[in-house]
Design a protein around this ligand. Structure first.
Ligand code: 9D3
Length: 239
């Protein structure tokens, strides 16, 4: 199978292309890359500026704090990078105003042949280039980051681990928190897990897990998942 191709446009390409890449160089994404399931490349928006100072931002019309990324470098970088490969890219702009990233969206992205991630910095990008490029706008949650790079890393990690062959043993991904249970339309949190020793600091492992009764164990785990979801994340029960 031809690898998923992920291109990232950023003013901080070293976040993605350090060798080894600090975050994506560890664990599952690194293995997936070595196995040829995914390839990624970061491009510096500065390389697509036309002015001699390589400025990618300017002061906001209407005043106010911070800087706004200008249209031209983003527009030209998108087209230059897209032209490297004939396959159409799914354009994604990481922005606090975007659609919240949940597992359903991750699953949609994991079946695409090619992703183009645009990580903004400063206050954001000029809205006109967003209007022309029509990217999917994606947020990773309701907290304030200093830029889109960390969000792009999160999205990449979540997508890459879903690629067939990325996980140590198949089936782990489908048993995740948030993954769909067969015959169920809602995503539940995970159950608690235990390993040796059987007793630790006076605390015993729940007896059912030692019973050897796999039907009973499956029922207990599902019960735990439902109870924890009801308790901790009732919002997941009414999607
Ligand atoms: C304090 C600045 N904010 C004024 C209301 C706006 C703002 C602009 C740019 C806040 C954060 C950012 C940088 N963040 C991202 O680019 C970003 C992000 C995030 O901050 N939270 C969750 N998901 C994402 S995806 C990209």
């Amino acid at each position: 199978m031809t690898p998923l191709r992920i291109d990232i446009l950023t003013t901080f390409p070293e976040v993605f292309s350090a060798d080894p890449p600090a975050f994506l160089g560890a664990s599952i994404p690194a293995r997936a890359r070595r196995a040829g399931l995914v390839e990624w490349r970061a491009f510096n928006l500065r390389d697509h500026t036309r002015d001699k100072h390589q400025k990618t931002d300017d002061r906001p019309f209407g005043g106010g704090p911070g800087m706004v990324m200008t249209c031209q470098p983003v527009w030209e970088a998108v087209h230059a990078v897209e032209a490297i490969d004939p396959r159409p890219a799914t354009r994604i702009l990481l922005t606090p105003q975007g659609r919240p990233l949940r597992q359903g969206l991750v699953e949609e992205l994991a079946i695409k042949p090619r992703l183009l991630l645009i990580a903004g910095h400063y206050e954001g990008i000029d809205e006109r280039v967003v209007e022309r490029l029509k990217p999917q706008e994606v947020s990773i949650g309701d907290y304030v980051l200093s830029g889109g790079e960390a969000a792009a890393l999160v999205l990449m990690d979540a997508v890459i681990r879903l690629l067939p062959g990325a996980l140590g043993h198949e089936g782990s991904a489908s048993e995740d928190s948030f993954s769909m249970l067969p015959g169920e339309s809602i995503r539940l949190l995970d159950c608690p897990h235990y390993t040796k020793p059987r007793e630790w600091m006076g605390m015993a492992v729940p007896g059912v897990l030692l019973s050897g009764d796999h039907g009973e164990i499956a029922r207990w785990r599902l019960d735990q998942r439902r109870a924890r979801t009801r308790e901790r994340r009732p919002d997941l029960l009414n999607p």
